[in-house]
Design a protein around this ligand. Structure first.
Ligand SMILES: [Zn+2]
Length: 831
């Protein structure tokens, strides 16, 4: 599962509002739910095979199901069976005996059905229970979370066809325990079952499920019945169905079908979006020493998905943000869409083939999927790209201090959905990166291979991973797992340096200042002295450790953690000269990234800092170029004089569109009319990012011209260009531009809405027509209510209050009542 992008975005937006309110909040008493030990579900019975026959009632949003579920006692003989079945009507429950259904007694509390079997069964006997039922997902009160905004398992999208421009679709979302809303099962990750799903749907639609399409039969009544068979066992939460108007594009990988299901409008871009999938399947298969295990791999994109994407076995489901045109993809280097595609694919091994045995052990699914993004980035785009990706992970985790107390393997949580956090994902991915560095690539991947092969079609937990890595490497890893998997937090590491010229002695003092025990840290320390680089291996085992060594000359640089693999909050007390040396001599992305950050702070006082920033404008890795462009302080004469010609060149010639766009942005802020032609030329680019930057830059020089240019892009604009058109209008426009701005905001992605919010609110304040202003107020209030659960309420309330003040001053009070009402709702506690 890749969690919802919007949630992350809104999360960052609300962080400001939240941190303000958190300061006043009284300490919360510990939630009693946190005291519960979340044990791995006991296996009384094992699922063996699940056969479903389903059809849909679009009007009622019901699914009529018949199920034949085969089970056997796990170990102890039993005469009863409990199945998860959430919010259903259960009509018949029977045991299948010689082809006949013999009714069984059962009790049902709307969540779990307890069935009395016809006799006691032993674990060498299997039996089949028949259930006739109706699933009513919309009537089931399910609780969502940040990661998965809803949990009703089965979703009817626009079932009556009343929503304009939205297709009619059905899709499912199992993780964590939503599958039991649409079929009775033991809805736990430590169950595995083969399955067969027969779906009767309107004949005009396409279906998708796990495994292979075994048969299709057109019925006389305008429907068709598709039978899907999943012949290798998998967990109930990985079951999936999708129904709708999708166009299928087919590729192959080693003779297996690789297919992409898209809305017809996006089907022409199927290969632009997903076409690299077979290449990734090959790379992961080879890296892991285990070939892609399922008989096909499909990816489908649906509307109104409740999270980012989901790795259903052999049939991954994506939210619609992954859809993009060829032109939009010109600006996507390894963005959200592509990283999600590889993330879900890696889950087909880590998650689907070997499954976390409980949500407490979610790390063996999600940390791997997270790590796989870095793996692909470094393979496809180079080591710098991989290192940049894992550094984003580290910063993401470190920026959330409240996660410091969460163990990676966690037996106490409030809700299982809480496991889908930056500890399980980004911290876990960073830990695997460290582990790979410690063991070396070959031993690490050999260990993963052992883990996958020993636990194939079964479950795993962190201990099985440890044992497999120990078997491969011959090294004990208890110390590593104890501190990183079964412990919380991270080192807060201070590094200081002292050179004694008299004795030619270099001292490096390492201090860990976090609460609790010291982390054991194996560290590579690179010493650059006299034109040579020498590596020292050092184990930090105490809260304070010193490394003392002789050097013939004062080292130009002592580079602690030479492989830049450590997850730590680090304060590295290097001088700027040392950072500058590091930029030009140490080899890694993070070496240069740290140096650019240090130099950015000293541009006005130190020439060495300016030298780093200017050099980094042409760094060999594009993200560092962008960092340097953003960091360059163009109000400093020296920086500006040196940077301007470089920026002009980058703006026109750099092969990377995002570097071009960043350079144009930076030049735009100079408001130099001499650059007008450069910006106008950039408007001819195919890249929306470049065009958007150019339009923004022109707007700063000549707002009137930008307004008229924006008009010409209203129709064919997307991404950054659309954003620039909207910003141009919102900043300089009036009632004439309002309908375009309004509809773009209203129908926009949360990202667009969020980016536009500030200028949008200002524009509403300026509008002459009170009716337009009222529209605007309503749309902001709707946005606030929709994302109130992420904590944005107070922030949106403040924006609305600002609009009220501006409009009241201008003599229009017609929106005031609506604003007061919305503000009260937004400030009320979320329920
Ligand atoms: Zn995932």
């Amino acid at each position: 599962m890749k969690t919802l992008y919007a949630a992350a975005l809104i999360g960052s937006m609300s962080a400001v509002a939240l941190s303000a309110s958190a300061q006043q909040a009284a300490p919360q008493p510990e939630d009693p739910a946190l005291k519960i030990y979340r044990e791995t579900p006991t296996k009384y019975s094992d699922l063996v095979h699940t056969k479903l026959d389903v059809r849909f009632d679009y009007k009622k949003r019901y699914m009529y199901g018949k199920e034949w579920v085969t089970l056997k006692p796990h170990f102890y003989p039993t005469d009863s069976l409990s199945l998860d079945a959430k919010g259903m009507d259960l009509k018949t429950i029977a045991i299948v005996k010689n082809g006949k259904n013999v009714p069984l007694k059962f009790t049902y509390d709307s969540l779990v059905v307890k069935i009395k079997l016809d006799r006691t069964y032993r674990n060498n006997e299997s039996y089949t229970v028949y259930i006739d039922y109706t699933a009513k997902p919309n009537e089931f009160k399910a609780q969502g979370s940040m990661a998965i905004t809803d949990a009703k398992g089965l979703y009817f999208i626009n079932p009556d066809g009343t929503e304009k421009d939205k297709p009619t679709q059905i899709w499912t979302q199992g993780e964590t325990e939503g599958s039991s809303v649409w079929f009775p099962t033991i809805d736990k990750p430590n169950q595995k079952t083969t399955d067969e799903i027969s779906m009767t749907v309107p004949a005009k639609y396409v279906t998708l499920s796990n495994g292979r399409l075994a048969s299709q039969k057109v019925n006389g009544d305008g429907t068709r019945t598709d039978v899907w068979k999943q012949e290798l066992p998998h967990s109930p939460y990985l079951f999936m169905m999708a129904v709708g108007d999708f166009k299928i594009t087919k590729d192959t990988w080693r003779g297996k079908e690789v297919s992409y299901y898209l809305e017809p409008k996006y089907a022409p871009y199927a290969r632009d979006i997903f076409g690299f999938t077979p290449e990734v399947m090959e790379f992961y298969s080879k890296t892991l020493g285990v070939d892609y295990p399922w008989n096909k791999y499909s990816q489908i994109v649906v509307r109104d998905y409740v999270s980012g994407a989901m790795e259903n076995t052999s049939a991954t489901l994506h939210g619609d943000y992954v859809q993009a045109t060829k032109r939009e993809l010109l600006d996507d280097y390894f963005g959200q869409g592509r990283s999600t595609i590889v993330h879900e694919l890696f889950h087909q091994w880590f998650g689907d083939y070997v499954t976390a045995e409980s949500w407490s052990n979610l790390t063996v699914n999600e940390s791997f999927a997270d790590f796989s993004e870095t793996l692909w980035a470094e393979h496809k785009y180079g080591k710098d790209a991989g290192d940049a990706h894992i550094q984003d992970d580290r910063e993401n985790y470190l920026s959330q201090p409240k996660l410091r107390t969460n163990d990676l393997v966690r037996f106490h949580y409030k809700d299982k959905e809480d496991m889908f956090d930056a500890v399980t994902y980004q911290k876990g991915g960073s830990i695997l990166y460290m582990l790979r560095n410690y063991l070396g690539n070959d031993a690490f991947y050999k260990g993963l291979s052992i883990y996958l092969k020993s636990n194939a079609f079964k479950n795993g937990e962190a201990h099985q991973l440890r044992l497999a890595l120990e078997e491969a490497s011959g090294r004990d890893l208890t110390w590593f797992f104890n501190q990183w998997y079964f412990g919380a937090g991270h080192p807060i590491l201070g590094i200081t340096y002292k050179w004694d010229e008299a004795t030619k002695t270099q001292t490096v003092v390492l201090t860990q200042s976090q609460d609790g025990n010291a982390f054991i840290l194996p560290l590579a320390i690179d010493v650059y002295a006299g034109g040579k680089k020498e590596r020292k291996q050092f184990w930090m085992r105490n809260k304070v450790d010193s490394l003392v060594f002789h050097s013939d000359v004062k080292p130009s640089l002592v580079n602690v953690d030479g492989d830049k693999m450590l997850l730590a909050k680090k304060t590295d007390n290097k001088s700027l000269d040392e950072f500058a040396f590091q930029y030009f001599n140490a080899p890694l992305y993070l070496d240069r990234y740290e140096a650019i950050k240090a130099a950015a702070k000293s541009q006005n006082s130190q020439a060495a800092a300016r030298k780093v920033i200017i050099a980094a404008l042409n760094d060999k890795y594009w993200e560092l170029q962008v960092d340097a462009i953003k960091a360059a302080d163009l109000t400093n004469d020296d920086v500006r004089n040196a940077a301007q010609p470089i920026l002009a060149k980058l703006a026109q010639l750099d092969p990377n569109n995002l570097v071009k766009a960043a350079a144009i942005n930076a030049l735009g802020k100079l408001k130099a009319s001499g650059n007008s032609n450069l910006f106008k030329q950039a408007l001819n680019s195919q890249s929306y990012a470049v065009q958007g930057a150019a339009l923004n830059a022109l707007a700063l020089i000549n707002p009137a011209e930008a307004m008229s240019l924006a008009k010409s892009y209203e129709k064919d604009s997307n991404g950054a260009l659309k954003q620039a058109v909207l910003t141009t209008y919102a900043v300089g426009g009036s009632d004439e531009q309002w309908p375009f701005v309004y509809s773009s905001f209203k129908d926009g992605q949360p990202q667009t809405q969020f980016n536009l919010m500030r200028n949008y609110a200002d524009m509403i304040g300026r509008l002459k027509n009170p009716a337009n202003a009222q529209q605007g107020v309503t749309s902001i209030a709707e946005f606030g209510n929709k994302y109130k659960k992420y904590g944005v309420g107070p922030q949106i309330a403040t924006i609305l209050t600002g609009i009220k003040e501006t409009r009241t001053k201008a003599g229009d009070t017609s929106s005031n009542a609506a604003i007061d009402k919305a503000v009260a709702e937004l400030n009320a506690p979320a329920n």
